[in-house]
Write a protein that binds this ligand. Sequence first.
Ligand code: 5AD
Ligand code: SF4
Length: 441
Amino acid sequence: MTQKFYHILTFGCQMNEHDSEIMAAMLEQKHYAPTEKRSQADVIIINTCSIRENADKRFFGTLGQLKRLKKEHPEKMIALCGCMMQQEHITRAIEQKYPWVDLIFGTHNLYRLPVLLEKAGEEEKLFMEVWQEHRGIQEGLPSRRKYPFKAFVNITYGCNNFCTYCIVPYTRGRERSRRPEDILREIRALAEDGVKEVMLLGQNVNSYGKADGFSVDFADLIHQVNEIPGIQRIRFMTSHPKDLSDKLIDAFQSCEKLCRHIHLPVQAGSTEILRRMNRRYTREGYLELIRKLREKAGEDLAITTDIIVGFPGETEEDFRMTLSLLEEVGYDAAFTFLYSPRKGTPAAEYPHQVPEQIKHERFERMRQVLDASMARRNKAYEGRRVWVLVEGPSKTDRTLMTGRTSSMKIVNFPGKRDLTGKLVQVRITQGKTYSLMGEVI
Ligand code: 5AD
Ligand code: SF4
């Protein structure tokens, strides 16, 4: 039998990254091997993202490039999945304009990949299976990890929050949580397989179990993961401020494995904009959470965030409120976005859309404030000793090794390659804007 190859291109967030790891493992169970080269692949999968318009654009660009490949090699299978495929106007456009696509599936039936590939192989034309809602949580899926010592673990799927700018509740469906016993079983098996760090994933991990009426909440779950031998670090992503409980804040003190980092998207600094975004907290409420976090978890807890500039109706005054909030919090890092109207979301229809030029100009001003805050926070590390989980040689400078602190900072340092996957103590020699430099102690 000749070896068959697959190639997966992933856009978007960590949920998508993990979904791609699951698909990769399913394909490997069917004896496919990974390849970096599209020309070598028998199956090419694009896992798409809908969050902003430029993700859409890049996707259609890539899809266009595949036309020639398919013409020269009609036997290759081209498959599309992910959030964009949950949107009918997108799949309709693909059906009409991109006839070289063989298979389309969505976010809810991804685990059916092996069956879907077979079905698509039997069809001359496009085979499409997209479910509008999920049909229960599928347990026991395999995963091919990027690093043997780190793993993503889904704890919730979907989102019930309906922030007015966001497409996710429409593409990933209603929020549901995996049962604690299923999550713990998976993490125990991961630990036995050499995993030291787990990243608990969900659109809003803080509301874990609520929609399903579980007696175990997110803080309880962290405490239970904290007991698993072999696991040394616990991370989570993403937290909605409205559901951040005191119990979770306390876990930063009581769970020694819980990493010293929280990603707490604020989105905007003006209460009026937050109201129109349907975020259900105020500027003051958010700042109060930051105060509590600093009080309970310490000044060195790393706090990162997401910010959108140019939400419809955002005035110069509103924007300045965002800048002043950034100054006040002193973030360790932030993902910053230009508001991008998404079809089907309420905010796309709001009046007073902000002109592109103003969005860009505000974006620049915001980046300057953030860079200064990141540089300040990183400078404070100079001379400190930190534990680093080593990821491997640095991609930009092969003489250095790279890894992350508990606070999620990237640390580069001279070291041997066999440190990969180990936790080592490093003394920080320099705090730069986006990373730290250090030396092994
Ligand atoms: N435009 C810009 N940014 C958005 N995000 C979500 N939807 C949009 C949109 N329509 C950002 C939010 C969210 C992050 C994952 O993406 O900041 O937290
Ligand atoms: Fe989107 Fe808001 Fe849900 Fe996050 S919480 S996925 S921003 S709707």
